[in-house]
Design a protein around this ligand. Structure first.
Ligand code: HPA
Length: 245
């Protein structure tokens, strides 16, 4: 059986129902991960869990040590990674509460430590990243979303912005022209670091607000928190199905 790791994003700093066997503190060549890596059982399966923003939530998206997180998960024995991300909806289909299993990503971040190959002096390495998400894991996610009868899109382009501020209306309009369907702040460099470590990786994105300019009002933390609270039960059920499957 593949040992799957779950990276919990905003609203998922804990995985209720996880029976924890160990909570391991790692010290990687890149520093400390966001939180101890939990090893335990969820839905009757062995699983690893890491809170991307720490537990409690305290690390903003641009300050997450993505390299340490991915390194620690591999050290802990992860063979595949499912990332949970809260996102804003750009495409009209991506309303609040909708799920998306993106198939592509565009990176708008800057200044993040985004590679394990920084100091390669002898061999310059360029990983293939044509298809950033693992097809098999994506299929498992969509099958689980079907089982849970969630509203979802089986494809989508995730635009990853730097944050921590939200976007301007013009930025979202540009992202829409670029082909982005959803917008978040944590999809990169996480996805590429998983690829550099040859770890299959997929994303379960929950839309928690219409992106800037996509609704009449301004974006409030209260609406995001409310959508997170409403959606996390489904997220946990979907994760359970993925692990069982
Ligand atoms: N923009 C960027 N990241 C997000 C958003 C958004 O509107 N909502 C949740 N994460």
């Amino acid at each position: 059986m593949t040992v799957c790791a779950i990276i919990g994003g905003t609203g998922l700093t804990r995985l209720d129902g996880l029976t924890i066997n160990t909570a391991r503190h790692f010290d990687t060549p890149y520093g400390a991960p966001s939180a101890p890596v939990l090893h335990g059982d969820y839905a009757g399966r062995e699983v690893l869990f890491l809170a991307r923003h720490g537990h409690p939530h305290r690390i903003p998206p641009h300050q997450v040590n993505y390299r340490a997180n991915l390194w620690a998960l591999r050290e802990a024995g992860a063979q595949a990674i499912i990332a949970v991300n809260a996102v804003g909806g750009i495409h009209p289909a991506m309303g609040t509460g909708h799920f998306c299993v993106p198939h592509q990503i565009i990176d708008y971040t800057s200044g993040r430590a985004h590679t394990f190959y920084e100091d390669e002096l002898e061999h310059v390495t360029h990983v293939d990243f044509s298809h950033p998400y693992d097809a098999q894991l994506r299929n498992k996610l969509t099958a689980a979303l079907d089982q849970e009868r969630c509203g979802y899109s089986s494809h989508g382009v995730y635009g990853c912005t730097q944050g921590p501020r939200l976007e301007t209306v013009a930025e979202i309009a540009r992202m829409e022209r670029d082909g982005c369907d959803i917008v978040g702040m944590t999809g990169m460099p996480e996805a590429v670091l998983a690829r550099e470590l040859a770890l299959p990786y997929a994303c379960l994105a929950l839309v928690v607000n219409p992106a800037a300019g996509k609704s009449k009002g301004l974006i409030t933390m209260a609406e995001i928190e409310c959508a997170l609270e409403e959606g996390m039960g489904q997220v946990k059920a979907v994760l359970a199905h993925v692990l069982e499957g």
